[in-house]
Design a protein around this ligand. Structure first.
Ligand code: HDE
Length: 697
């Protein structure tokens, strides 16, 4: 199938560097680029050295300002295809024909940290999609949380100044655990719902491929008859929603700051294309006031139990960019990039965004012609009277005003009956005031709903996160005020947090809401359909390790789509129990448990010493246990678990396979039973086993 965006991109590829010798920007061939032109071998450099000056000048100007938020990201191309026509609700061309693919570019990002910050920080993740539709570009600029911190865009600079690094010392990088954020939160309770999400494991996704996305605002679909329907957008990952745990996320920041970026890149390179389903919640215009919250308030969700999410199509990412700067850095999203059939609501956050995104690109990309940058170019034809400005790269002909006669009246305006973007004719009437609607006033019911929708372990992780974050806040006043706010969400939550951060337990707040939980919010209910495709599994091997077991297990896991790597004390080969050399994928000292989803400790036949029992391997298994990751131990490999005093059921001589909380053990040497492979695969598909009893050490 031809991909119009890819065809267009190819026309912008720079000339093949292998096609000829090195030249200047002007195409002049040079034969020397290692020494500047100078007077004598030890003399001063000459101004006349245009090659030197050009090379240095170009280098001096290589950077552009990073995004003021969402500076760190990773992107990929792909396509979207609808399952069925959505004509009843929207006339958007790309949502009409099943099987017709619309090219897309997606950029995922963190929000707080600068371009060079680590991936696995506690933060919201951006999930921005540019659809190159036949009717122009449509940008769905969403996040992995369905709600936002503030209700009105005029508060955005305040919020961002509070969460970003503090102005005097630019600390902390990529973190929200500092005084200014929590000062703001404690004084601005509309933040609380999103703060609950931020303190949950949703804020540390295992992979961009395993997180949900949300349009956040209520938008509008508009059909061919001009009828509007409110719509909320949801992306659901095919692999299920999976997160890291906090301790692991922190270690991963050091072990691999590119953890999420690398994961996206590597899996696409390996042909494992990530996929999401696009779902919509639809609310007829006449039901606008049916809810006990306001559809225009971006700090609220519509619980899926009230309005189900209808799947309407799928998104697949199947191509890495060729050049990070040209594409991922220069892509410019804008919430006001809409196509016929999609329109706005009066959500004051959305209205502000519709100004901000165009404005920010003008400074970031250095002028108004950024839509001519290859990644941003629509595949739909562009004809208008916009002219000139920095970096104009088109050569326009003829007149540039409308109406004109000298240019034959071109470009003509669409006929009244022909397809064109026409704003929904919403009637608006009122006084000019600076005032929030009373329907935006309830800041506690939905955070409480989120809290009550969590499983026990999710609640515990949320308490731990609050304790961590507030424990880093120096101002006791801010700690106390935040806990008092939490008491208005849930008293037990507030008391547990207070205990951990050394402030008095708050008195029960007056009217604590008693919301109906929304099971759809719990990670427990978003594990996906199982399967272990692309999960990374480490096998800790060493000389004498049971080669047959390793080979059988590797084959079974690889067949199920997992990525299995054999780690040994050094690179090269290890000598297996069969006396043969077996390849090592990675040297153990260069890796760590946090870089894998599961670990296997094979045994050595005949009661020989466990091959991986050196301290690095013990630490590896200990971390995997603490982080709830599946562990398989075979034969004498079980000794590692015994050494760690793992308080779970382990296989002994009589039992062949025992599986307890994701720790799967198997005693006999030699062949692996189908039971064992099955139990371990199930444990990996489950992803995390958060209810394990703690280790003594
Ligand atoms: Fe953004 N946001 N935002 N934001 N946002 C930007 O635009 C802004 C908001 C989101 O990968 C900036 O091009 C305001 C909500 C994503 O390039 C800037 C407000 C949501 C990205 C901006 C919001 C988002 C941005 C910075 C409150 C989720 C990264 C660079 C009114 C629905 C896009 C840029 C990419 C980026 C402004 C709130 C998501 C400054 C004023 C709500 C995913 O224009």
């Amino acid at each position: 199938m031809t991909d119009s965006k890819q065809e267009q991109r190819k026309t912008h590829f720079a000339d093949d560097p292998a096609a000829g010798p090195l030249t200047t920007d002007q195409g002049v061939v040079v034969d020397h680029t290692d020494d500047s032109l100078r007077v004598g071998e030890r003399g001063p450099t000459l101004m006349e050295d245009f090659h030197f000056r050009e090379k240095i000048t170009r280098f001096d100007h290589e950077r552009i300002p990073e995004r003021v938020v969402h500076a760190r990201g990773a992107g990929a191309y792909g396509y979207f295809e609808p399952y069925a026509s959505c004509a009843e609700f929207t006339r958007a061309a790309f949502l009409q024909d099943p099987g017709v693919r619309t090219p897309v570019f997606v950029r995922f990002s963190t929000v707080q940290g600068p371009r060079g910050s680590a991936d696995t920080v506690r933060d919201v993740r951006g999930f921005a999609t540019k659809f190159f539709t036949s009717e122009g570009n449509y940008d769905l600029v969403g996040n992995n949380f369905p709600v936002f911190f503030i209700q009105d865009g005029i508060k955005f600079p305040d919020f961002v100044h509070a969460v970003k690094m503090e102005p005097h010392n630019e600390i902390p990088t990529g973190a929200s655990a500092h005084d200014t954020l929590w000062d703001f939160v404690s004084l601005q309770p509309e933040t609380l719902h999103t703060i609950m999400w931020l303190m949950s494991d949703r804020a540390i996704p295992r992979s961009y491929r395993m997180m949900q996305g949300f349009g956040v605002h209520t938008f509008r679909f508009v059909n061919a008859r001009g009828r509007g329907t409110f719509v909320k957008f949801h992306w659901k990952p095919k692999l299920g929603v999976h997160s890291l745990v906090w301790d692991e996320a922190q270690e991963a920041q050091g072990r691999d700051p590119d953890f999420n970026r690398r994961d996206l890149w590597d899996t696409i390179e390996a042909g494992e294309y990530p996929e999401w389903e696009l779902g919509v919640q639809l609310v007829p215009e006449e039901d606008e006031h049916r809810f006990d919250f306001d559809l225009l308030d971006a700090t609220k969700i519509i619980p899926e139990e009230l309005v189900p999410v209808r799947p309407i199509g799928r998104l697949v990412l199947d191509r890495n960019p060729d050049n990070f700067f040209a594409e991922t850095e220069q892509v410019a999203f804008h919430t006001a990039n809409v196509v016929p059939g999609i329109d706005f609501t009066n959500d004051p956050l959305l209205q502000a965004r519709n100004f901000s995104y165009l404005d920010t690109q003008l400074i970031r990309l250095g002028g108004p012609n950024f839509s001519q940058i290859p990644v941003n170019r629509p595949v739909a034809p562009v004809r208008n009277n916009q002219r000139d400005g920095y970096h104009q790269s088109s050569i326009h002909h003829g007149t540039s005003y409308s109406p004109n006669s000298l240019g034959g009246g071109c470009p003509a305006l669409a006929d009244p009956d022909a397809p064109a973007f026409r704003h929904l004719m919403e009637r608006v009437d009122g006084h000019k005031i600076r005032k929030r609607s009373p329907s935006f006033e309830d800041h506690y019911t939905q955070p409480a709903m989120f809290w009550h929708s969590m499983s026990d372990w999710e609640q515990q992780h949320i308490v731990n996160a609050f304790r961590f974050e507030l424990g880093k806040v120096n101002s006791m006043e801010v700690r106390v005020r935040t806990v008092e706010q939490l008491a208005r969400v849930d008293h037990t939550l507030a008391v547990s947090v207070a205990e951990g951060i050394g402030v008095p337990a708050p008195a029960p707040a007056g009217q604590v809401p008693q919301p109906t939980p929304s099971p759809a919010l719990s990670l427990e209910n978003n594990r996906g359909t199982g399967g272990i495709r692309t999960r990374r599994i480490a096998v800790l091997a060493g000389d004498g390790a049971d080669a047959e077991q390793i080979d059988t297990l590797k084959a079974s896991l690889t067949t199920a789509g997992a990525v299995v790597e054999v780690l040994a004390p050094h690179d090269g080969v290890f000598t297996g129990s069969d006396g043969a050399d077996h390849p090592v994928d990675r040297a153990l000292p260069t890796m760590a448990s946090v870089l894998y989803d599961a670990v296997v400790v094979p045994g050595a036949p005949g009661g020989a010493p466990v091959p991986g029992l050196q301290p690095a391997a013990v630490r590896f298994v200990r971390d995997a246990y603490r982080h709830g990751k599946p562990i398989a131990a075979l034969g004498t490999g079980i000794e590692v678990l015994t050494l760690l005093e793992v308080p779970l059921l382990l296989a002994t001589g009589q039992q062949e396979t025992v599986s307890d909380q994701g720790v799967v053990t198997h005693t006999p040497a030699g062949a692996i039973s189908a039971d064992f492979a099955h139990a371990f695969t199930e444990a990996i598909a489950f992803h995390r086993h958060p209810n394990r009893p703690p280790l003594r050490f």
